[in-house]
Design a protein around this ligand. Structure first.
Ligand SMILES: Nc1ncnc2c1ncn2[C@@H]1O[C@H](COP(=O)(O)OP(=O)(O)OP(=O)(O)O)[C@@H](O)[C@H]1O
Ligand SMILES: [Zn+2]
Length: 699
C-alpha cells in the first residue's frame, strides 16, 4: 500500500520496515567505486540478503577509493573480495558474489524476479541499458546511479510509474567528424582520437578493420584529392602535390597493406616507414589541397631524418635491444622519460613512437593484428601520446604530457571517494522508500560541485514513463541509411548493437531473418555469418529496402523495437558521421547538443562525463537561474539537503515549461540555445565507458 510521500521518514523507522530490510533480496550490479560503498552501507542499514555481480578484477588504481580492497587483493575478483570483506565485518549477512558480466544469459528475467530491489553501481551506458530492460521485464524497481569527480546522481525507475532509464535521450560517446580528424584537427583531443582510433587500430588492430588512413586525403566536401585533379587549380595542385610527394617518398597512395610490416623489414625500419607516410607524405599531400587552408594555416610536414638523425636512430636501436633483454614494458621509460607530467620534445616524441611500434612488433607480436587501445597499457599509451603529439606539432596544436594524454585518451575524471559515499547513501535512502511502499516519495537526486544556495543536493520527482520511449513505450524508429551501400554487418554494429544497445539481436523483415545467440545450429551460424558483408538491399527475402519495417528483438533483454527503413543517398559526414541517422526516442543526444558540449568541454578545460539521465540535466541546465534561486530555501532532513515539496513543484513546472521551450529551441540555430545558458556547463560527455553522470548547472 502506498504511503503518503511526506511520511516516508517515519515509515522507514517502523519495526515492519526493519523486518523487510532484513529479508529483502537486493541485487547490486557493480562492485567498483559506488558498489563497494553501497555494499557496506547496505549491511550497515540492516540488509542481509545481497547478491553482487562484477566482471572485473581489482587494480592498484582502485585502492584509493574502493575501501573494501587492499593491496594483496589486486588481481582478484572485485565481486568475490567485496562479498568476503563485507561478510568479515557482518557475518550474519548472506552475500553471493558473481564474478561475471551482467549481460550473460544466466542473468535472465527469472534471475531478476528473484530480487526485491536492483541497485546499479555501473560505469557504462550499455550495461545500464541492459539492466534497465531486465528490470522492466521482471517488473523490479531499479535504483540507478553514477558519479564523476564531484558530481553524482541517483535516479529511481519503477515500471509503469516513473520514466525508465531509457525514456529520455542520453548523449552517446562523443564522435568527431572524420574529416576533422583526418584533415583539419585543431584541438589536442582531435589528434589523440586520431592516434587512438585511427593510427593505433591501423597498426595494431584487426587487419580487416576499415581505416580511413588507407584512403587518399579528402577535401571538405568529401571528395578525395585525386578527384579534384580536373577541377581547377586547387585540385590540380593537390594532385600534383600528391604525385610529387608520392614520387619523392616512393609511397604508394592507396595501398591498404601499406601499414603492414613487410617481409625482411626490421621493426624500426617499419616504424620509420610508418612515420614517413603519416607525418611527411600524408601531410604534404594535405597541404596541396589549397581549399582546406583558405581560412586556417596549413600543417607542416615533419621528417624523421631531421628529428632523429642517424646517430639517434642508432641509439633507439640500442634502447630497443636493452628493452627486449629486460622485458621492459614502457617505451618512454626505456628512453629515460620518467616524468609523466613533462611534455616531450618533438625528437623525444619521434623516438618514443618508433620505439613503441618496434616494441609491439618485437615483444608483443602475438597482439599485432588484434590489439585494442587500453589506457592502462603503458606501451599503448606511449604510442598514442607520441603519435598524437607529433601530429599536434604538424598542426601547431599544443602537445600533451603522458599524464594529460592518458586522461584524454581514457576519458579519465578522477574519482572522489566522498562522492561515491554520498551517492551510495542516497541509493539506500531510495531503496528504503521503495521497501516502505513510499513510491510517491522516490526522487531523482543530483549532487552538485558548486552548491547553489548551499544546496549540495538537488532532488525532484521523476517524470512519468514517456509514451514515446522505445523501451517502456512502444514506438517505431526511423532509420535513414543508404540501403545500397550499407552492409548487414555495419547495420548490426553501428545501429543495432551500438545505438540500440541490443545484446543478442534477432532481426526479422518479410522473408529476411537473422539471429545471434546461444542455441543456433552450426549451419545456421554459417548462413548468418555469410550474410554479414551483403548490402541491405541484397539480403535474402527481398532485402531491407526503402519503406521496409525491420523488427529487432532481443530475447535476453525482453526488448523489441520496429525500425522503418528510409533509403537515403545524400547523407553527409557532418550530419551522419556514423553513416546513418536514427530518428525517434533513441537514447542519444542530438548532434547539435554534442557540438555544444564540445565547445564547453574546451572552455572548461576539463573533461566532464556523459549523462545518465539527460532529461534531468536538460531541466536543470536550461533553467533560468533567477527563477530557481528566487523560490528555493534549503532544508536539512536526515543529513540530506533537499528541496521543499513546493519548491519541487516549482522546479517541475519549470521543467514542463522548458520542455516546451526545448522543442521550440530544437528547431532554432545553435547560437540561440547557447544564449539561453550563458557559460553554463550543460551535459557533457566524453566517449567510451564513462557514461556516469549528469552535469548540472549551478552557477
Ligand atoms: N556488464 C557489466 N557486468 C558486471 N559488472 C560491470 C559491467 N560493466 C561494468 N561493470 C563494473 O562496474 C564497476 C563500475 O565501477 P567504477 O566506475 O568504480 O569502475 P572501476 O573500473 O572500478 O574504476 P575506474 O574505471 O575509475 O578504473 C566496475 O567494477 C565494473 O567492472
Ligand atoms: Zn522508457
Amino acid at each position: 500500500m502506498a504511503v503518503d510521500a511526506s511520511k516516508w521518514l517515519s515509515a522507514i523507522r517502523t519495526k515492519e520496515l526493519q523486518d523487510k530490510i532484513k529479508s529483502a533480496k537486493v541485487l547490486c550490479v557493480g562492485a567498483g567505486g559506488i558498489g563497494c560503498e553501497l555494499l557496506k552501507t547496505l549491511v550497515c542499514t540492516g540488509f542481509r540478503n545481497i547478491e553482487v555481480v562484477d566482471l572485473d578484477t581489482i587494480e592498484v588504481s582502485n585502492l584509493n577509493r574502493q575501501f573494501l580492497f587492499r593491496k594483496h587483493h589486486v588481481g582478484q575478483s572485485k565481486a568475490i573480495i567485496a562479498a568476503q570483506v563485507v561478510k568479515g565485518f557482518c557475518p550474519t549477512a548472506s552475500i553471493t558474489a558473481h564474478h561475471a558480466n551482467m549481460k550473460e544469459s544466466r542473468f535472465d528475467v527469472d534471475f531478476f524476479r528473484g530480487f526485491d530491489l536492483v541497485l546499479n553501481g555501473l560505469d557504462n551506458l550499455e550495461a545500464r541499458r541492459h539492466v534497465n530492460r531486465l528490470c522492466l521485464a521482471a517488473e523490479r524497481p531499479l535504483v540507478e546511479s553514477g558519479t564523476a569527480g564531484y558530481l553524482g546522481q541517483v535516479t529511481v525507475h519503477l515500471k509503469g510509474r516513473t520514466e525508465c532509464f531509457e525514456c529520455h535521450p542520453k548523449p552517446t560517446p562523443k564522435s568527431f567528424p572524420i574529416c576533422t580528424l583526418r584533415n583539419t584537427p585543431d584541438r589536442p583531443i582531435h589528434t589523440i582520437v586520431w592516434a587512438k582510433d585511427l593510427l593505433f587500430n591501423r597498426l595494431f588492430g584487426r587487419p580487416d578493420a576499415v581505416s580511413d588512413l588507407d584512403n587518399p586525403a579528402r577535401r571538405e566536401d568529401g571528395q578525395d584529392v585525386s578527384a579534384s585533379a580536373n577541377e581547377g587549380e586547387a585540385g590540380a595542385s593537390g594532385a600534383a602535390a600528391a604525385a610529387a610527394a608520392a614520387a619523392a617518398s616512393n609511397v604508394p597512395a592507396e595501398e591498404p597493406s601499406f601499414f603492414l610490416r613487410r617481409d625482411g623489414e626490421s621493426s624500426l625500419e617499419y616504424a620509420a616507414r610508418v612515420f614517413e607516410r603519416v607525418y611527411t607524405w600524408d601531410i604534404e599531400q594535405l597541404c596541396g589541397v589549397k581549399e582546406l587552408w583558405e581560412k586556417r594555416p596549413p600543417p607542416k610536414p615533419m621528417r624523421i631524418g631531421e628529428l632523429l638523425p642517424d646517430t639517434e636512430r642508432a641509439a633507439v636501436q640500442a634502447v630497443l635491444a636493452a628493452a627486449i633483454a629486460k622485458g621492459q614494458g614502457s617505451a618512454s621509460r626505456a628512453l629515460g622519460l620518467n616524468n609523466a607530467s613533462q611534455k616531450w620534445t618533438p625528437s623525444q616524441n619521434a623516438a618514443v613512437l618508433l620505439l613503441a611500434i618496434a616494441m609491439y612488433h618485437d615483444m608483443r607480436k602475438e597482439e599485432v593484428g588484434s590489439a585494442s587501445f587500453d589506457k592502462d597499457d603503458d606501451l599503448a599509451l606511449d604510442f598514442v601520446t607520441a603519435a598524437s603529439n607529433l601530429r599536434s606539432s604538424c598542426y601547431g596544436i599544443p602537445e600533451q604530457s603522458l599524464f594529460d594524454a592518458k586522461g584524454m585518451a581514457g576519458n579519465i575524471i578522477h574519482a572522489i571517494a566522498t562522492t561515491n559515499a554520498i551517492i551510495s547513501g542516497l541509493i539506500v535512502i531510495e531503496a528504503l522508500k521503495i521497501l516502505a511502499g513510499c513510491q510517491d516519495a522516490v526522487r531523482h537526486t543530483f549532487l552538485n560541485e558548486f552548491p547553489p544556495n548551499k544546496r549540495l543536493l538537488l532532488s525532484h520527482n521523476p517524470e512519468p514513463p514517456s509514451k514515446t520511449c522505445m523501451v517502456c513505450g512502444k514506438v517505431a524508429l526511423t532509420l535513414k541509411i543508404n540501403t545500397e551501400t550499407a552492409t548487414l554487418s555495419s547495420l548490426l554494429s553501428g545501429v543495432i548493437k551500438k545505438r540500440l544497445a541490443v545484446n543478442t539481436p534477432n532481426l526479422l523483415c518479410g522473408g529476411f531473418l537473422y539471429e545471434e545467440g546461444e542455441g543456433l545450429e552450426e549451419d545456421e551460424v554459417e548462413a548468418y555469418t555469410a550474410m554479414l558483408p551483403r548490402t541491405l538491399t541484397s539480403l535474402p527475402g527481398g532485402g531491407l529496402r526503402h519503406g521496409a519495417i525491420l523488427t529487432v528483438q532481443d530475447q535476453s533483454q525482453h526488448f523489441g523495437v520496429d525500425i522503418i527503413i528510409v533509403h537515403t543517398e545524400d547523407l553527409n559526414e557532418e550530419e551522419a558521421p556514423e553513416g546513418f541517422v536514427l530518428e525517434g526516442d533513441v537514447p542519444t543526444a542530438p548532434r547539435q547538443h554534442q557540438e555544444q558540449e564540445q565547445d564547453q568541454h574546451q572552455q572548461l578545460q576539463a573533461p566532464v562525463v556523459a549523462a545518465a539521465v539527460v532529461a534531468m540535466a536538460t531541466m536543470t541546465t536550461t533553467t533560468p537561474t533567477k527563477t530557481r534561486q528566487a523560490t528555493t530555501e534549503v532544508k536539512e532532513e536526515d543529513g540530506v539537503l533537499i528541496l521543499d515539496e513546493d519548491e519541487e513543484e516549482e522546479v517541475q513546472a519549470q521543467s514542463r515549461k522548458r520542455e516546451l521551450e526545448e522543442d521550440e529551441e530544437a528547431t532554432k540555430p545553435h547560437a540561440k540555445r547557447a544564449k539561453l545558458n550563458p557559460a553554463v556547463p550543460t551535459v557533457e560527455d566524453v566517449d567510451g565507458e564513462d557514461d556516469d553522470v549528469v552535469l548540472i548547472d549551478d552557477d
